[in-house]
Design a protein around this ligand. Structure first.
Ligand code: NDP
Ligand code: ZN
Length: 371
């Protein structure tokens, strides 16, 4: 059996196999009135997928193993670009044949105060594109696959100027940093932004902050990414492995955006005094479940600064971001990998080893799946 009854994707059912997903057929979720089927063309690889496959965000069992129906298998992938091949009877936002992007959110109630105020990523009934539960118990399956099924609201129209393999990383990583950058510097005069962790999200945060008019400081643990960060548009580079790196940075930033995937090298007691009065340290980085943020209450005291987080972004912000990329002509730095069991394994393993400059996009889905 094949599409539409069955999708095919690269799946695991045990976290110990995180690096070797196998080609598997599985039943998609029930086709809802607002659902859209995307025939996948390409898909970025985000560090969240490593945490999900390794079960690193949970002390319990892997989500797919407790699903009430559907596959006991997990396909990740949430920086999807592809073609709409089927739409439910109520769909109005796209049509068969459109090229769309899908990020890390596949559904929301579309009826609560958050959904009605461009904050649907915070909807209490939001369902992630992979590794999450639909109300009926089906565990969502992502985009390392022939097809993926999602609510129309989360399927974003892509401007024709943006090539698929370069716009894929904007669907999750780009959107995740765009939302807090915009929300924290909008309306400010000559804003200064610090971006910590120059990986997939961080490198896009440099370009996006620049396009939004900020002076940008790239923070990395060492100097190896300095030249690249400057080419991406950073005005300054700070190696936090150096002693006294925070000297002269007091009272500087309107926003410190943490994009690092681990908190082990974060010195919050040195970082927070670098914020201007009442400004925010926002962590989009989500480390392993056993890692914490460590900070002294006195570190907030001198400038009345705040600390928080941010989740993905809204449909409105996704569309704004893609238009910004067209207008300011920035593109993520992408290395493409041909999709296959070996290709998926290679991408995940290299990302886990930090061997990526700066985002992988899996390509060649039509060729591989014969779609
Ligand atoms: P990458 O692996 O591409 O980049 C992470 C960066 O973190 C590295 O390049 C490195 O930067 C830094 N880093 C790595 N290891 C350590 C360490 N031990 N200590 C300190 N810094 C380290 O990951 P992504 O950009 O794909 O994802 C980043 C984080 O964002 C992940 O935790 C991911 O789960 C999360 N995320 C959150 C979302 C949200 O909605 N909030 C959405 C998507 C992702 P450098 O070498 O410059 O120091
Ligand atoms: Zn992601």
């Amino acid at each position: 059996m094949s599409y539409p009854e069955q999708f095919q994707g690269f799946a695991i059912n045990n976290p110990k196999d995180w690096a070797t997903p196998k080609l598997t057929s599985y039943q998609p979720k029930n086709f809802g009135a607002h659902d859209v089927d995307i025939e996948v063309e390409c898909c970025g690889i985000c560090a969240s997928e490593l945490f999900a496959l390794q079960n690193g965000w949970s002390h319990g069992e892997m989500a797919c193993l407790s699903s009430k129906y559907g596959p006991k298998t997990q396909v990740v992938g949430h920086e999807v670009v592809g073609k709409v091949v089927a739409v439910g009877p109520e769909v109005k936002l796209c049509k068969v044949g459109d090229r769309v992007g899908l990020g890390a959110q596949a559904s929301a109630c579309m009826n609560c105060t958050r959904c009605n105020s461009n904050n649907e990523q915070y909807c209490a009934q939001a369902v992630s594109t992979y590794c999450d539960f639909y109300p009926d118990g089906y565990v969502s399956q992502g985009g390392y696959a022939s097809h993926v099924r999602a609510h129309e609201h989360l399927c974003f129209p892509i401007p024709p100027e943006l090539p698929s393999e370069l716009v894929a990383p904007l669907q999750c990583g780009g959107l995740t940093v765009y939302s807090p950058i915009k929300r924290n510097i909008a309306g400010k005069k000559d804003p200064k932004v610090a971006v910590i962790g120059i990986g997939g999200l961080g490198h896009m945060a440099i370009m996006i902050s620049k396009a939004l008019g900020a002076e940008v400081y790239a923070f990395s643990r060492g100097y190896s990414k300095k030249d690249d960060a400057i080419k991406m548009g950073a005005d300054h580079f700070v190696a936090t492995g150096e002693k006294n790196w925070s000297e002269n940075l007091g009272d500087t930033f309107d926003l410190i955006l943490n994009c690092a995937s681990s908190t082990t090298s974060l010195d919050l007691n040195a970082l927070l005094p670098c914020l201007k009065v009442n400004c925010n340290f926002v962590s989009v980085g989500l480390p392993h479940i056993d890692e914490d943020l460590k900070v002294k209450p006195f570190s907030f005291f001198a400038n009345g600064c705040n600390m928080g987080s941010s989740k993905l972004g809204s449909r409105e912000e996704a569309i704004e971001l893609m238009n910004l990329a067209v207008k300011h002509n920035f593109r993520p730095w992408v290395e493409t990998i041909q999709v296959s069991e070996a290709g998926v394994s290679d991408g995940l393993t290299r990302l886990n080893d930090g061997d990526v400059k700066y985002r992988f996009t899996l390509t060649g889905f039509h060729q591989f799946f014969g779609t």
